[in-house]
Design a protein around this ligand. Structure first.
Ligand code: GLY
Length: 469
């Protein structure tokens, strides 16, 4: 948690961006897994956390712009709760920690919102993504449940995005704490990538590292030898010599700031010639993309540059043909690179996506393409100093997609399907780092995690020599 003044200043700035009305923040609740007292690990709403700093369930807050008041709503811990949880600070003490003097009960919050609605005042809400909040808002705002999202406040959303998109030095430091954990997780995974170990054993070790540092996984682990399945989760599969193990994993810092890293390790310690050619192509593409990151450049341009680099390399391998620019303009490369180059990062691993992916990643100046591949680009907008984003090109050989495109005769001028057939057992490779846009250019955040093919092989070879399944 940051100093009190950080939260005071963040709210002060937000207040200047919204003219009038009641600005409502709903913190998250504890959610049961399978019965009422068996709860999912609590995850605070990231905008609530950003402005109010408090990481406990059952809180809400308002900024009343017309009456110049800030109020935190919740309840004091009951003795019954303290029996199970141990001593907890009072609501007033938690409010004071973030520079707020007024507190109220959840019931009082309902009255505050309803009386604002009755008085015809603006009630500014963010789009809800939890059903409980939708139901609550429908009742307070007196609208149908399926109309709640339409009540979300443009001014509020835009102000939050503008503020949260630019990371302070303190926030970057938190992301780097999350990257320290990611470094430990990924180097452990590389050292564990040995024949006879299961994907789940590798994943368990990675999760243990995230937890042992006071954070947790920033999203469910992707650990798989079927790297072409973009979000494949670890299975009981036993790693075999010659397979490629793709790990896409990050941790949160205790403050909830996230990291998101992808590495690919050859099981047994050596890339084959064919694997290495694809690996080096993805790595060169990633490095070129990172080199292109700087203020004033639309990230969509860097995505398209990466698509051209990949296409160029695939042509050299005989898998594509024709004019590179035309192939990319037509979307032919998306057979092998069907996702976007990256996304914003911060308190959420896909930062602020709950506020609307297009609002965060496109704004008013860009429009999302409906072309397969480019349509999956989450971030298109012009880069600014303080943005933190992932740069994560990949190449995948997805048998079902190859078969479908071939049967449909898609992009036959650009794709050499006969050669592609021989890669249908290849899997996939993605390489991902987290990058800060600086005034001058870009800085890859966190400790360096091996990604040069020789360095990855050296770590995987340690696994082959030293570890037992
Ligand atoms: N690294 C997983 C994702 O960005 O969805």
């Amino acid at each position: 948690m940051f100093d009190t003044d950080v939260y005071v200043q963040r709210r002060r700035r937000l207040r200047t961006a919204i003219n009038a009305g009641l600005v409502l923040f709903l913190g998250n609740e504890a959610v049961p897994m399978n019965y009422a007292s068996n709860l999912y690990p609590f995850w605070q709403d990231s905008s609530f956390l950003y402005y109010w700093g408090l990481d406990t369930p059952g809180l809400a807050a308002v900024i009343d712009l017309d009456e110049d008041r800030e109020i935190l709503f919740g309840h004091d811990p009951t003795v019954d709760e303290i029996v199970w949880t141990g001593p907890l600070p009072s609501l007033h003490a938690r409010a004071a920690r973030v520079g707020v003097t007024e507190t109220g009960s959840r019931e009082a919050l309902g009255e505050v919102v309803r009386s604002a609605v009755d008085a015809g005042r603006s009630v500014h809400i963010l789009p809800p993504y939890r059903t409980r909040h939708t139901l609550q808002l429908a009742e307070w705002l007196d609208v149908a449940q399926d109309e709640v999202a339409m009540q979300a406040s443009e001014a509020f959303i835009e102000a939050v995005i503008a503020q949260r998109a630019i990371k302070s030095e303190d926030e970057v430091a938190e992301i780097e704490t999350a990257l320290d954990a990611a470094h430990a997780m990924h180097t452990a995974a590389m050292r564990r990538a040995t024949p006879g170990v299961t994907e789940q054993a590798v994943a368990g070790q990675m999760e243990g590292i995230a937890t042992s540092r006071g954070g947790r996984l920033s999203f469910p682990l992707i650990v798989s030898v079927r790297g072409e399945v973009l979000h494949n989760h670890p299975t009981e599969h036993v790693l075999q010599e010659g397979e490629l193990m793709l790990c896409d994993a990050g941790a949160t810092a205790p403050s909830q700031y996230a990291s998101d890293i992808t590495r690919v390790t050859p099981v047994g310690g050596r890339f084959t010639e064919r694997q290495r050619a694809i690996y080096d192509l993805v790595l060169t593409t990633q490095q070129n993309a990172i080199d292109a990151v700087r203020p004033g450049v639309p990230f969509r341009d860097i995505h398209l540059q990466a698509a051209r680099d990949l296409t160029d390399g695939l042509q050299a391998l005989g898998l594509m043909r024709g004019d590179v620019d035309e192939a990319v303009a037509a979307g032919a490369h998306a057979l092998f690179f069907p996702h976007g180059l990256g996304h914003m990062m911060g308190l959420d691993v896909h930062d602020m996506e709950g506020l609307g992916e297009d609002r965060v990643g496109y704004g008013d100046a860009f429009e999302r393409s409906d072309q397969f591949g480019l349509s999956a680009l989450r971030l298109a907008r012009t880069l600014e100093p303080g943005f933190v984003l992932t740069v994560e090109p990949g190449l995948y050989f997805i048998p079902a997609l190859i078969d479908q495109w071939r049967a449909d005769g898609k992009h036959t001028a650009f794709i050499n399907y006969d050669r592609v057939e021989a890669y249908k057992d290849f899997g996939g490779i993605r390489i991902e780092d987290d990058v800060l846009v600086t005034r001058e250019g870009a800085r890859v955040l966190g400790p360096s995690i091996p990604k040069d093919a020789d360095a990855v092989e050296a770590m995987a070879a340690e696994a082959a020599e030293g570890s037992t399944p």
